[in-house]
Design a binder for this molecule. Sequence first.
Ligand code: PLP
Length: 433
Amino acid sequence: MTTTTTLKTTKSEEIFAAAQNLMPGGVNSPVRAFKSVGGQPIVFDRVKGAYIWDVDNNQYIDYVGTWGPAICGHAHPEVLSALKDVLEKGTSFGAPCYLENVLAEMVINAVPSIEMVRFVNSGTEACMAVLRLIRAFTGRDKVIKFEGCYHGHADMFLVKAGSGVATLGLPDSPGVPKSTTANTLTAPFNDLEAVKALFAEHPDQISGVILEPVVGNAGFIPPDAGFLEGLRVITQEHGALLVFDEVMTGFRIAYGGAQEKFGITPDLTTLGKIIGGGLPVGAYGGRKEIMEMVAPAGPMYQAGTLSGNPLAMTAGIKTLELLQRPGTYEQLDRVTQKLAQGMIQVAKEAGHAACGGFISAMFGFFFTEGPVHNYEDAKKSDLAKFARFHRGMLERGVYLAPSQFEAGFTSLAHTDEDIDRTLAAAREVMSSL
Ligand SMILES: *Cc1c(COP(=O)(O)O)cnc(C)c1O
């Protein structure tokens, strides 16, 4: 797809053209390729605070934040300085290191459900492992996930998945054996009756329910009142475990994640993104009696050459320290509210159907009247309009996620002036759609 553009992106185009012969689709993760919004991706050169610069030296206000980790702003000086100090000691130990204790303690103190934690290298790995764990603990094979929720790219979760799978409108992926997903049951988000029906249909076979407590991978979809509470009750009634995938929401919508925000404590939690401060990290944790099933304390096998990597631990520790400072979440909330409400107002003033919302540093909007309770509702958004909107914003120096089915992220580095500039750009683009 080609789109006329007023941006000068000659170098980006050259690099991306070459990349297409080197890597599938020219990228190492699908949504980056701009397939659903058209035009070519810009190739980044550097990031700082709320901004990114491309290889042609165009500057953008960034609302992707490397998909979540950059909640303190990109390349925060204190994170970089801590990394430089630790770097001198080496890049990987493959043996116990004190920094693992420090980050583990911070995570355990922050996240209500976590009494013990295992670090891995990505959110995908965390979700794979947590699924193995709930199966090991309950001795049951089936799991319930929700349509449009994304739990990484492991086989068992590539059923009605969100993120790039939703963005590209892909069917459940080839290469995933039917036998692998036969135990993956799906329900619409915010639909307790559907969950009850699945438990009734498969008595004593369901190991647990996994969900994004606030969906970010089908666009931004918050839980309806009573939904998380309902899942807590239903899982308990059936001897199944409740897993919050807080890879995105952990330390973002509150320091203790969605479970703190909504006061619902799951049995297990997966984390990633922010806890690595921009380096590759994931984690899963929960009640001690469950976590002690993990090898070598228990029989459930899971391992990793680079897990607990000292650089990744350091970036995570420093990022969480920054987030602990007073006023952090109030500031994130205020800035994001201004942006999210402003966007919808600007869209409506220009005569577009629009709806959306925000919680703390996470936001989203759809080009549909709404309300959006689940992935089916989200799909009613005018995707062609979103693509034109995305392009228009890019040309005016605002970098939004190149997909309608991804939440947006703000950071501590975003100022009122950044939001004002963003809304001014949005006003121009909305009136020309
Ligand atoms: C990003 C994400 C994942 C996958 O994490 P990776 O580090 O990309 O493997 C899993 N679950 C949720 C909710 C996510 O947002």
